[in-house]
Design a protein around this ligand. Structure first.
Ligand SMILES: [Fe+2]
Ligand SMILES: [Fe+2]
Length: 219
């Protein structure tokens, strides 16, 4: 489920070639590299999200909706801060090239919100948030594989917050007649499944080796 195609967020693929690596230490080193890469991708992804939502908020007429998006913006800024701390803790740092790329992506989406109309801004945001849930679930799994257990809970919590965001944008998009005219993305499993699925992963006898893939649009 975590390896679905993602446009703007990191996804993963199991590495079959390495899956049988007997050397536990090599697996942990590989997982740590992948984890640090995911943190860089997610960190810059949050920049794009923040920029995009600033434009989205500005495009809205309803005061209530502007306040709701304002709360989501604060969540994304908090996520970014948390990811920056994690990056420092694993001895890594944001990737300047990716930061520039995602800044441009965020600004483009922000602009789109002003011309694309209310529905497509809500619809697009919901689609991306669905991918963000999976990105943080993947982060928690990689933290487990990398034996960086202190990061698991904050990452699962971020996945839950993205779940809330997806729910918000989905319900907004669904309230519009255009919802029935466009392809819909799959509804994420119930919120509680995030932690249950993680426990299931954790208790597997044979853990997979996961390689992080950069988002398709900005690879
Ligand atoms: Fe976020
Ligand atoms: Fe979000």
């Amino acid at each position: 489920m975590l390896s679905k195609k993602s446009l703007l967020t990191a996804s993963s693929q199991p590495v079959f070639r390495l899956a049988s690596v007997a050397d536990e230490a090599a697996r942990v080193v590989f997982a740590r590299e992948q984890f640090a890469f995911l943190l860089q991708l997610a960190y810059s992804g949050e920049l794009a999200a923040t920029r995009a939502y600033l434009g989205h908020r500005h495009s809205l007429k309803s005061r209530l909706e502007r306040a709701e998006i304002g709360k989501i913006i604060r969540d994304e800024i908090r996520h970014r801060r948390c990811l920056l701390d994690m990056l420092a803790e694993v001895g890594s740092a944001p990737d300047p090239g990716r930061e520039r790329k995602m800044e441009r992506v965020g600004r483009a989406i922000s602009l789109f919100c002003h011309v694309g109309g209310w529905f497509f801004a809500m619809y697009g945001a919901g689609r991306l948030e669905a991918q963000n849930i999976r990105e943080y679930e993947l982060g928690a799994r990689l933290a487990h594989l990398a034996e960086l257990h202190r990061f698991i809970d904050p990452l699962l919590e971020m996945a839950e917050v993205e779940w809330d965001h997806e729910r918000y944008f989905r319900s907004k998009a669904m309230s519009h007649w255009l919802w029935r005219m466009v392809p819909n993305w799959a509804e994420p499993p119930p919120r509680e499944r995030i932690r249950v699925a993680f426990r299931e992963f954790e208790s597997k006898a044979e853990l997979p080796v996961l390689r992080v893939r950069a988002p398709r649009l900005v690879r």
